[in-house]
Write a new protein. Sequence first.
Length: 490
Amino acid sequence: MTDIFDFWETVLARLDERISQEMLNWLMSHVLPLTLTEDTLTAQVSKPFLKIWLEKNLLSDLQATVNEVAARPLTLQITLPQATDVPIPPVPSTNTTETFTLPEPPVPVFRKPTPTVVQETSPSTPPAAAVQTPAAPESEYNFGKHSIPIDPACTFDNFIVSNSNTLARSAAFAVAQQPAQYQNPLFIYGPSGLGKTHLMHAICNYVRAHTPEKKFLFLTSEDFTNDFISALTQKGVEHNRAFREKYRSVDYLLIDDVQFFGKKDGTQLEFFHTFNELLNSKKQIVMTCDRLPENMEKVEQRLISRFRMGLVVEIQPPDFEIRSAYLQKKAAAAEISMPTDVVSFLAENFTEDFRELGGVFNRIATLQSLSPEPITVEWAQQQLADILPAERRIILNPDIIINEVASFYKIRRDKLVGKTRPKNIVFPRQIAMFLCRDMLDLSFKEIAAAFNKNDHTTVMHAYDKIYKELQTNIKLQEEVQQIRQFLTGG
């Protein structure tokens, strides 16, 4: 018996002479041959309403071509998928606009003229090799304007892994592979510029490549707020229904910078209901933030408790090794010869985050392209003289140390200098007191005043405790060293 896919490939090649390229592409993308017998060819469309459109617009040409290739009359049967979660594709010649689901790159089921090997499926199974779903017909209730374009360069493969981000990367990869399992919601927190958004793009790129039938929506908390305001402004039941359908019909909802939900009571209420609906429907939620959930200001406790329901993971500032690896990778991608000593020089002097380091690299690369001189440490020092840490170092004082420690441990400054005594506050407070003594050589009384303490013996106890702990606690040694580096720019 003739192989069904060879037969279908020949049919498509012949159809190229009868129908437009647009219609042919649509047919290749959304119709899958299932069975071929002596007298019947059965094909499946990806959505029920497409069967009506195909029978009205393409069936006669398709039937004639099938008979021609078979050299005998064949009954052409168009069947429907039983699954209902296949994305709705538009038919050719329909005006389109943005949809709720971000666009995915086309992956044709069949190619001409080289036959494509496709695994045969049963009639009850929807096409496994799903293709790009173009935008749906425009609707006056379409709230799809706010979304983040997916950067194809941000993948799991090119995410540089170190001890500071291993758990975050592993968790993000896990939800991309198996959504709504144990890491739901996934809450990734850490300072700006450390790779949180890269992981969000990587999840989208992985889903797009491996499970393109899944719908995802990636946007910022500000975009969510703007959509909500737009729905309220337009008013009407249909607008509210469209807004909720946009956010509650996806398989993945990825929200960047959720700390900006603070003080927006109406938005928080709507997100609370959206969150519950997605969780109950076993859909994946991923969020990023610059701090722990409990340290988010002006955010309702019921939202905070839900943010902590799944997995909360931290991305810490990059260490010297990962900063060096980042620069080496950038240099290789730009085909720039950057000596090891120059990489070390940059990694030692620019420690804040990847955005700062990337900006420094771009400056070096641009200047080097305009100059025939090779890149050396001396040359780099000259080109970066205005932004090197030695040129921008600030004079330390207790306030700066307190702010840096609060930022490092993701707690609010007022709690660090307040009277609360939970362990997650007391220990950072003791570290800040230790650093004030160690780096500023202030008296215990002066440090006590900076922390609003009447009794300086509290500071003495804190200093002794951290000093002794540093002798054996390697993790604490690393944390204190990182804080020192942030404070000195070294």
